[in-house]
Each structure stands twice: as structure tokens, then as C-alpha cells.
Design a protein around this ligand. Structure first.
Ligand code: TPP
Ligand code: MG
Length: 658
């Protein structure tokens, strides 16, 4: 006889309140409130196999309301994943325990996404559901046929990104996406009446979703709602009316259960209420075996899948893509050869498009897109058809004006695996994506951001569109590689580096304006070192000019003017700080030696360049907003010309000599 789901759910409640109590920190209310819904999902619907958490065709589950992390830790333990162990749960939120404050994909198999920043889990789930449909269209039902589930709270559905994600999901008719809304009408400050008056259900319906409501503590009603969701061809929002902290007799239904330990008295009262006699972290044997049996539910389906995979002629290619291994050739060599033979004076956004022509032909796993700036970001190549609800096999997504939604969806795609997402917008709007870029970096996923119009060089659109502080601020994000290539050759090299980077995201900052090709003749790839000597001083070296992107051309002109006066000047092109930082000291010192004047030239904030030019160096940049005018006029106006820079260098040399 099947176990009583209430008993199973109470195991989640006990683990959650006891772990939070032990840590004296955490969020018991959400897991206790959603325990009943989660029990039905994990014991009756979710396709997963705790024995192989990475099974490619498993359902994906995202706890968008990440503060309720004890819910997922309980579920993984109870269904029989190798981790967390019960000891790790008992050490919830302590150093070394994988049961971190919020769920982290890099700590536990079974945690599909790092969540906690509200709304983003939902948006990542949309990306996972897109990746699933795309791979299904390419590889067929035999290899790809799964669902994406998410639990979102009131907070997730208030955050702006939920609107972008919901719009995208409905537009692409992601029927295999099912989102539970923990409709408990409580947030940290108290009742949602304090801050919300909208009709969330009507809003989702109007967006094109199927919405079904249920009593989140009535098992039959939960099943009915899920069955209805599964039958509908639209993405579904399953609004579950719940009581936060259900089972804690004096605190349930109040914000007091949201984010603090219940306290010893209330935990004892909840034990009585739930008729739960066992000690903390001790799950009674019959209940644990019932959970473990439920955890093994899909083993046969998994085995059948493995047999299909082994028999499939596409199996090897599918596994290659899912494991994120690149094919031998990125397709860029022929393109680099042609650049050596016939140098191009083009914008780096155009150079990116031409590099992508080769990449997209060689790599069937790239999935591109833009937030409504396709023609400006140059992100769509000739061989890419559009991914639509009628044809998910397309490899280009019109994301609409949804930068944050796009970035979060790309995180979901990369986490799902099987695709390498890249997406474009203007660099200035990287701010709109920033919370998701941060999560790309934290999660260690290969997402490639194509950010064009990378300085005042974009010209007439003016200061609203001209990035100033963006390169600096992106370089602050750990594990993010920020590339700013100087010409068509570097652009191709940086694309290769971004694609080969399995362990994290990359930003390609690209120009609108044309740039000369500075690297002529076929050379080895130089960008992997992050910075390299592009031009060596002829006269005795007294200056090292360091440029990035469009300002490398300016640095070369300034170096030539200095040499004409007998002052030796190296030019260092530095397309990627992070890669340069990874070089050994000898290389770094050789490039940026002591005893010479070091000058950085970048049309953006100077903050940070002290690191390379030193206290006596010169950081030439832009520490104010730009202006609306043709690019050439702006470069003159703000001093990014050899004529403006050389006198500053001469003055600095003079004062150094004194
Ligand atoms: C983007 C973001 N803003 C703020 C927070 C801090 N925070 C965590 S939970 C929460 C309230 C969420 O309310 P709800 O989703 O209803 O969760 P419940 O109280 O029902 O568990 C807030 C503001 C956050 N985690 N992410
Ligand atoms: Mg709530």
C-alpha cells in the first residue's frame, strides 16, 4: 500500500525546521508550506533517478524560491541521492556542508540551478525548457523528452524578470514548463496586501499561460491541478494556495516562519501537531523506505532510455553535446587564414559576425539570439533559422526587448546542457542583464554575451547609450572573462576562447565603428595570454602603451608619433584582463616592465588601470558621461587621439625625469 503522503511530507517539515533550528538561521516557512506539493511532485510526477542525477533525459526541477533551500535538500536526501547525507543536512549553512544557505548547482547533483536571487530561477527554468524543446526537435523523442518544473514564491512573481520570462515562455509555447506558485500571501514584511494588488493569475493568463489553482494541502487537488497542467499545450502556472510554516501551530500563516528558526518551543509544539516523535535528523524507517522506494520509481524508464541511447545512431553526437565537448575544429582557422591574406577594416561587431559564420557552421550546438538588436549586434548568421513554437530546431532566438530574461534564459540553457547559448545587446544594457551575468559566473556556465556599441565610439545615440563604467564594472565580477578585441583577428581569437571556456561565461565587447586590422600576416593565436606585445619599440624603450579594443589603434598612432621623436614605445594589446592575470609573473613583467612609463588607453572609466600603469603611470580614459555626436568628433573631444595623448606622455616623461 502506498504511504500516506502527509507522513512523507512531514518528514520534509521535520528536517526543515530541525536544520534551521540547528543552524539558528534559515527559512523554515516555505519548505513547511510547500512540503505537500513537493511530495506529490517528487513521488509521483518528477522523472529523475537519484542513482544517476546527471541522466540527460531527466526532468529538471528548479527551486526558484531558493530561500526555501531545506525543501530541496530534504527531497534529495529522502529520495536517495548520495548527497546530501543526513550529517550534511544537520550541518545546514555551515562551512563545508553542501547544504548552503541557498541551493548551489556546484555543490550538489540534483540542484539544477543556483537560486536565491528571486525571479531568476523561474527565468532559468524557461531557458531549460527552451533547450529541451530544441534538442527534442534535433534528436527526437527517443533521446529528449522531459519536463521542466519550478517552484516560485510571491517574491519570484513580483520581480520584474518574471514578466520577461513569462512572456518568452508563452510566446514559445513551452508546454513542458510547469511552475508551481507558492501562493501563501506572505513575504518578509508581512501580508502581500502590504505591497501587491495585482491579479497574478489574470496577468499570467493574459500573457498566454494556462493557469490552474489548487489547495496546496489537499493531495487529490494537487494531483488534479498537475494533471490539468500536463494536458495543456501552454506553459502552466499551478497556483497552490498554501499556509506558510504549515504545522507550526502558533506561527504558521505568518511572516514569523519565513526566515528565522521557529525556536525550541515552537519546534516542540510542531512535533506535537505533526505527531512526529522522532529525534531531529532521524527519519522513521517506514517513512524513509517509502521515500526511497519513490526515489527508485523511474529506474526502469532510465534503463529503457539508456537502451535507446545505445541503439541510436545519434547517440554519440548527443552525448558529446550534452557533455559540452567541442568538435575538433571550431571552423575559425580558414577564416583567420583569409584575414591574413586580405586584412579587413571592419567593426569588431562585423568581425564577430564573420567569425560566427564559421563557428555556427562548424558547431551545431550554438544557439544564438539578441534582445531585439539583431542587426546591430550582428548575432545572426546565414545558416541560422529562427527557433519558433512551430519549429524548435531553429538556432536563433528573437528574445524581444528582454535583456534580463534573455540572460537568465541563457543560464538555464547552459545548465540544461546540449547547447552553447550566446546573446546580444548593447554593452550599456549589460546593466539590465547584470544579475544574470553574475549568476552565470557563480554557476560556472558557458554563456557568451555579445555586447556591441562598446564606447563613445557608437557616436550619435549619445550618453544614454554610451558605456563608460561598464567594462570596469564587468571586470569586477569573479569568474567572468571580459574580452575587448582590437580587430578582426583578435575578435576571432576571443570567440575561440569564449567557446573553449567550459567553466564560466564570457563577455565580448565589440565596436560599432570600423577598426583597421592591426594583426596582419598569420601569427599564432595571441589573445589566450590576455595581453601581448603588438608593437616593439625601435628607439630605446621609455614608454609602454596599453590599449584595449578600439583604443589599440590610437595607441599605435601615439607610439609612432613618439618614435618619430626618438622615444621608444611598445604597444601592448590587452583584450582580456582575466587571462593576463593568469599568466606567470615573468611574462607579465616582461610585458609591463618596471622603470618605463606605462600608459593605459581605454575609452571608459580609468578606475582599475592603476593596477597596470602603477602610481607613476598615466591612465587615459573617460570618467564622465559621453555626448551625442559622430564618433570621430567624440574621440577628438575626449582626447582619444595621438595628438592629444602624446603631449600628456611627454609631460609625464618630463616630470618623471625631474
Ligand atoms: C532579488 C531578491 N530580492 C530580495 C531577496 C530577499 N528575500 C528573500 S525571500 C524574500 C521574500 C520572498 O517572499 P516569498 O517569495 O513570498 O517567500 P515566502 O515568504 O512565501 O517564503 C526576500 C525579499 C532575494 N532573495 N532576492
Ligand atoms: Mg510568500
Amino acid at each position: 500500500m502506498a504511504a500516506d503522503p502527509r507522513l512523507l511530507a512531514n518528514a520534509i517539515r521535520a528536517l526543515s525546521m530541525d536544520a534551521v533550528q540547528a543552524a539558528n538561521s534559515g527559512h523554515p516557512g516555505m519548505p513547511m508550506g510547500m512540503a505537500d506539493v513537493a511530495t506529490i511532485l517528487f513521488t509521483e510526477y518528477l522523472k529523475h533517478d537519484p542513482a544517476d542525477p546527471h541522466w540527460h533525459d531527466r526532468d529538471r526541477f528548479v527551486l526558484s524560491a531558493g530561500h526555501g533551500s531545506m525543501l530541496i535538500y530534504s527531497l534529495l536526501y529522502l529520495t536517495g541521492y548520495a548527497n546530501p547525507t543526513i550529517d550534511e543536512i544537520a550541518r545546514f549553512r555551515q562551512l563545508g556542508s553542501p547544504c548552503a544557505g541557498h541551493p548551489e548547482n556546484f555543490m550538489l547533483a540534483g540542484v539544477e540551478a543556483t537560486t536565491g536571487p528571486l525571479g531568476q530561477g523561474l527565468a532559468m527554468a524557461v531557458g531549460m525548457a527552451i533547450a529541451e524543446r530544441h534538442l527534442n526537435a534535433v534528436f527526437g523523442d527517443d533521446l529528449v523528452d522531459h519536463r521542466t518544473w519550478a517552484i516560485a514564491g510571491d517574491g519570484c512573481l513580483m520581480e520584474g524578470v518574471n514578466h520577461e520570462a513569462a512572456g518568452l515562455a508563452a510566446h514559445l509555447a513551452l508546454s513542458r514548463l510547469n511552475v508551481f506558485w507558492d501562493d501563501n500571501r506572505i513575504t518578509i514584511d508581512g501580508s502581500t496586501d502590504l505591497s501587491r494588488s495585482e491579479d497574478t493569475i489574470a496577468r499570467y493568463r493574459a500573457s498566454g499561460w494556462h493557469v490552474v489553482s489548487c489547495d496546496g494541502h489537499d493531495f487529490a487537488d494537487i494531483r488534479r491541478a498537475i494533471d490539468e497542467a500536463l494536458a495543456d499545450p501552454r506553459p502552466s502556472l499551478i497556483a497552490c494556495r498554501t499556509i506558510i510554516g504549515w504545522g507550526a501551530p502558533n506561527k504558521q500563516g505568518t511572516a514569523a516562519t519565513h526566515g528565522a528558526a521557529l525556536g525550541a518551543d515552537e519546534v516542540a509544539a510542531a512535533r506535537k501537531q505533526l505527531v512526529w516523535d522522532s529525534e531531529p535528523f532521524d527519519i522513521p524507517e517506514p517513512i524513509l523506505s517509502a521515500w526511497r522506494a519513490a526515489g527508485g520509481r523511474c529506474r526502469q524508464a532510465h534503463e529503457a532510455y539508456r537502451a535507446r541511447l545505445a541503439a541510436s545512431p545519434d547517440g554519440e553526437e548527443f552525448v558529446r553535446r550534452m557533455e559540452g565537448r567541442l568538435p575538433e575544429k571550431l571552423g575559425l582557422y580558414a577564416w583567420l587564414d583569409s584575414l591574413a591574406a586580405a586584412p579587413q577594416k571592419i567593426a569588431t561587431r562585423k568581425a564577430s559576425e564573420l567569425a560566427l559564420e564559421a563557428v555556427n557552421a562548424a558547431l551545431p550546438e550554438t544557439l544564438g539570439g539578441s534582445a531585439d538588436l539583431t542587426g546591430s549586434n550582428n548575432t545572426k548568421t546565414k545558416n541560422q533559422s529562427v527557433l519558433t513554437k512551430e519549429d524548435y530546431s531553429g538556432r536563433y532566438i528573437y528574445y524581444g526587448i528582454r535583456e534580463f530574461g534573455m540572460a537568465a534564459a541563457m543560464n538555464g540553457m547552459a545548465l540544461h546542457g546540449g547547447v552553447i547559448p550566446y546573446g546580444g545587446t548593447f554593452l550599456v544594457f549589460s546593466d539590465y542583464c547584470r544579475p544574470a551575468i553574475r549568476l552565470s559566473a557563480l554557476q560556472g556556465v558557458r554563456v557568451i554575451y555579445v555586447m556591441t556599441h562598446d564606447s563613445i565610439g557608437l557616436g550619435e545615440d549619445g550618453p544614454t547609450h554610451q558605456p563608460v563604467e561598464h567594462l570596469t564594472s564587468l571586470r569586477l565580477i569573479p569568474n567572468l572573462h571580459v574580452f575587448r578585441p582590437a580587430d578582426s583577428v583578435e575578435t576571432a581569437e576571443c570567440w575561440a576562447l569564449a567557446l573553449e571556456r567550459h567553466e564560466g561565461p564570457s563577455v565580448l565587447a565589440l565596436t560599432r565603428q570600423n577598426l583597421p586590422q592591426l594583426r596582419t600576416g598569420r601569427t599564432e593565436s595571441l589573445s589566450p595570454r590576455g595581453a601581448y606585445r603588438l608593437r616593439t619599440a625601435s628607439a630605446v624603450r621609455r614608454v609602454v602603451l596599453i590599449g584595449t579594443g578600439s583604443e589599440v589603434e590610437v595607441a599605435v598612432a601615439a607610439a609612432e608619433a613618439l618614435e618619430a621623436q626618438g622615444i621608444g614605445a611598445d604597444v601592448v594589446s590587452m583584450p582580456c584582463w582575466e587571462l593576463f592575470e593568469a599568466q606567470d609573473e615573468a611574462y607579465r613583467r616582461d610585458l609591463l616592465p618596471d622603470g618605463v612609463l606605462k600608459v593605459s588607453i581605454e575609452a571608459g572609466a580609468t578606475l582599475g588601470w592603476e593596477r597596470y600603469v602603477g602610481a607613476d603611470g598615466l591612465a587615459i580614459g573617460l570618467d564622465r558621461f559621453g555626448a551625442s555626436a559622430p564618433a570621430e568628433d567624440l574621440f577628438k573631444r575626449f582626447g582619444f587621439t595621438a595628438e592629444a595623448i602624446v603631449p600628456r606622455i611627454l609631460a609625464a616623461l618630463k616630470s618623471q625625469g625631474e
